[in-house]
Design a protein around this ligand. Structure first.
Ligand code: ZN
Ligand code: ZN
Ligand code: ZN
Length: 377
């Protein structure tokens, strides 16, 4: 059973440290500051998440050496005042019927370049550009990609808890019936298990049986699973605010064809070697190269059709990415997936995925179920 005790809540001091670091990172990236709208970055920096994300402008403005400012719709001010990071923010509001951009604009450098949330509404970005025609904007993730990438001890505890809960769901799913049931039914079982083991939200439950397993992002469909199928199970969601994401491949019935065994073993070795390559200072692309080399040398290189991994935290896909061309060095506290796979079109797929964190001495897995091909009934 996973540890279901709640982690220590993040405090005003945590959020103040994060906004300070973010403002410094923006300055180091040559930016006048950051404009953060509702989503994972705002949650990370303030603990604030409006009840509903609507067309009304909510924006956090961070600039090095200046007090952070959170502009909110007046009717949402009480909610914002109650957020855990509120004590180190200056709150401003704007009333319905007013134009919010002239309220925010005087706080920005009119000639400055700002990082703005990736998911900020275009209407808000256009409103700022109209109010300050000489200001410039860059995607926040592109400007400061490592903003949330290095997790602190409390975040690691949450990610470990999410991983442990996903592992418990996998162990339990091995006991359910596969043969004769639809993929959607097994997916529903997985979702139920994730919630049972403490997830607040299920983000995906991939059940790719037989040929469907050859599509890495096949979710689950009406196909009825039969004896002899190889099935890719990839599932995760949020627990205590942080993500889980794990994949194991199982076979329905004990008579596993030699080819399935061989492909599975290649993927297992690729995942293991990539994990063993995790060390601080190693470039992200090296993790991808190590996994890809194993699969290519075994003759399956053209069937490994996606990057080796992605970061995970408040969201299930975020920097750092384990992909060719990513020269960012690994730093202790980073968390990401290692998930090589082989996809044989029209036949079957195999993927093995663990979340891994970088430690002072190497890597540590946050998923710890066996890598062997699971046998289900
Ligand atoms: Zn994915
Ligand atoms: Zn996954
Ligand atoms: Zn993943």
């Amino acid at each position: 059973m996973p540890n279901l005790t709640a982690a220590r809540p993040f405090t005003a001091r945590d959020f103040a440290a994060r906004t300070g670091r973010a403002a410094e990172a923006a300055a180091a990236a040559g930016l006048a500051g950051l404009v953060v709208t509702p989503g994972p970055d705002l949650l990370y920096l303030t603990g604030y998440q409006p009840v509903a994300i609507t067309e009304r402008l909510t924006a956090l403005l961070l600039s090095a050496g200046r007090e952070p400012v959170l502009l909110v719709p007046r009717l949402e001010r009480p909610d914002a005042e109650a957020c855990p990071g509120a004590s180190s923010l200056r709150l401003l509001d704007w009333a319905d019927g007013a134009d919010p951009y002239p309220v925010l604009a005087p706080l920005l450098d009119p000639h400055g370049s700002y990082g703005i949330s990736d998911a900020a509404w275009a209407m808000h970005l256009l409103g700022l550009q109209e109010a300050l025609p000489d200001s410039g904007y860059r995607s926040l993730t592109r400007a400061v990609p490592m903003l949330r990438a290095v997790k602190d001890a409390d975040e690691l505890e949450r990610l470990g808890g999410a991983g442990g809960a996903a592992d418990a769901a996998y162990r339990s799913i091995l006991e359910v019936r596969f043969a004769g049931r639809r993929e959607t039914e097994v997916a529903a079982d997985l979702a139920e298990l994730l919630l049972e083991y403490g997830h607040s939200r299920v983000d995906f439950t991939v059940v790719g049986s037989g040929p469907n397993g050859a599509n890495p992002h096949h979710e689950a469909g009406e196909r009825v699973i039969t004896e002899g199928d190889t099935v890719v199970l990839d599932f995760g969601g949020l627990r205590d605010g942080y993500g889980s994401d794990t994949t194991r491949t199982v076979h329905v019935g004990p008579d596993v064809p030699a080819e399935v065994r061989e492909v599975h073993e290649v993927v297992r070795v690729a995942q293991q070697k990539a994990f063993e390559a995790v060390r601080q200072g190693v470039e992200c692309q090296e993790i991808d190269r190590v996994a890809r080399r194993v699969i290519t040398e075994a003759g399956y290189g053209e069937y490994f059709i996606h990057r080796t991994g992605h970061g995970i935290g408040l969201t299930t896909h975020e920097p750092p990415y384990m992909v060719e061309g990513e020269t960012q060095p690994l730093v202790p506290g980073m968390c990401f997936s290692i998930e090589p796979g082989i996809y044989l079109p029209g036949r079957f797929g195999v993927r093995i995925e663990d979340i891994v964190t970088v430690t002072a001495t190497g890597g540590r897995r946050l998923n710890n179920t066996p890598h062997e091909l699971g046998i289900v009934a």
